[in-house]
Design a protein around this ligand. Structure first.
Ligand SMILES: Cc1cc2nc3c(=O)[nH]c(=O)nc-3n(C[C@H](O)[C@H](O)[C@H](O)COP(=O)(O)OP(=O)(O)OC[C@H]3O[C@@H](n4cnc5c(N)ncnc54)[C@H](O)[C@@H]3O)c2cc1C
Length: 351
């Protein structure tokens, strides 16, 4: 509890900015950026006395709106266009680029799972996850690292040869890289990342600069995690969903899926839709059942297993433990100037 309290306090304290020299908002912020003008489904509560859920039918329902969901929705739209009805359900809310970057207090509450701080019981590890339209793709740091060889090999060894050498996964990554604009100008590392690079060199370790998914833009304002105010981070909201929306893919925000529904077909359980609760911005809750021929579960590492278990499926422990570790290093430049120049704000580097 103490460490949760400290974390929450540090991230929302009004003294944080003056003490660290880290301005709450980018000094070069200008108004004007906007996201694609998304429209979200609205559901009417049933008439008084009616308890049956609202029902709708689609071909494919995608649970979650994060990085995985973005790619799937875009690919389905590109392949099938308006001939396939696709619906994306997201429990978080959409915020247009003009709302970004949010203050740490507002951003953590509105864009992240559990207000931004999920601590393991002994306080040794904090898990962060996006929970808004775009999921982690809205709050991540735009570092576009391709899945490393040893991870792909592990997946191949577990019976998924597609991810192993020559299995076809590399071609998929290359297409994603191209589409997300990860091949632009070389990123200029901030002070802390320069320390990491120099340190690695001294130690004889291999270290490289990771590209960003920003279509070659100079992207160093340092506020990615509170939402991209320039709208140039090519995650789901700016990169994958706009084309999908134009091709007819539908979206619902504030829709928490509770379980996947199944029907028995011969010896096999086949997904036939989902049920969940949609909450209007005014707080009115509506129970909804979505009937679908295909169900894609893309609720992220934290919630996909939970949704599947709530649906009566068995999920193994290794699947639950598939989180990616990040270590952060904070440094203070010996010649630190006030105010801290934008790219060196906080001087945070990541490993
Ligand atoms: C702060 C931060 C920085 C990061 N930086 C980087 C980086 O620089 N580079 C990088 O490669 N990766 C980074 N990541 C990781 C990357 O963002 C994730 O790996 C990626 O978003 C995972 O995609 P996903 O589709 O599996 O899940 P997510 O993007 O997490 O999306 C899951 C979505 O499902 C929704 N959801 C969950 N349960 C339900 C439900 N029951 N009903 C409806 N919706 C539900 C969630 O609200 C969420 O929006 C970062 C992550 C964070 C949190």
């Amino acid at each position: 509890m103490t460490s949760i309290g400290k974390l929450a306090h540090v991230r929302t304290s009004t003294t944080f900015s003056p003490l660290t020299g880290f301005p709450e908002f980018p000094s070069d912020w200008v108004t004007g950026s906007a996201s694609h003008p998304y429209e979200f489904l609205q559901f009417q509560p049933p008439a008084a006395g009616q308890t049956a859920p609202v029902e709708l039918t689609t071909d494919v329902v995608i649970l979650g709106s994060g990085c995985g969901a973005g790619v799937v929705a875009n690919k389905l739209a590109a392949e099938f266009g308006a001939s396939l009805n696709v619906l994306v359900l997201e429990k978080g809310r959409h915020f247009d680029a003009s709302h970004f970057p949010m203050s740490p207090a507002a951003g953590l509450a509105s864009l992240f799972e559990a207000g931004g701080v999920i601590e393991v019981d002994d306080g040794s590890m904090t898990v962060v996850a996006g929970s808004c339209f775009g999921g982690g793709g809205t709050v991540n740091w735009s570092a576009a690292l391709q899945t490393q060889d040893f991870v792909r090999q592990e997946w191949a060894d577990r019976g998924l040869p597609f991810f192993g050498e020559g299995g076809g996964f590399q071609a998929c990554l290359d297409r994603v890289y191209e589409k997300m604009g990860c091949k632009g100008e070389v990123v200029v590392p901030n002070y802390a990342n320069r320390v990491l690079l120099d340190g690695a060199k001294e130690l004889g370790l291999q270290a490289k600069i990771v590209p960003q998914n920003v279509r070659g833009q100079k992207h160093d304002c340092g506020y990615c995690t509170m939402g991209c105010w320039k709208g140039e981070k090519m995650g789901p909201v700016n990169g994958w969903f706009p084309e999908a929306a134009e091709a007819g893919v539908k979206f619902a925000e504030g829709f928490k899926v509770e379980r996947v529904l199944f029907e028995q077909k011969k010896q096999t359980k086949v997904a036939k839709g989902v049920e969940g609760v949609w909450t209007s911005k005014e707080g009115v809750e509506v129970k909804v059942v979505v009937r679908a021929k295909r169900v894609v579960v893309s609720c992220g590492t934290l919630w996909s297993p939970v949704v599947l278990m709530n649906s009566g499926l068995k999920v193994s422990v290794p699947d639950l433990a598939a989180c990616r570790a990040t270590l952060t290093a904070c440094t203070e430049p010996p010649d630190r100037k006030e105010p801290v120049p934008a790219p060196d704000q906080l001087c945070l580097g990541c490993l």
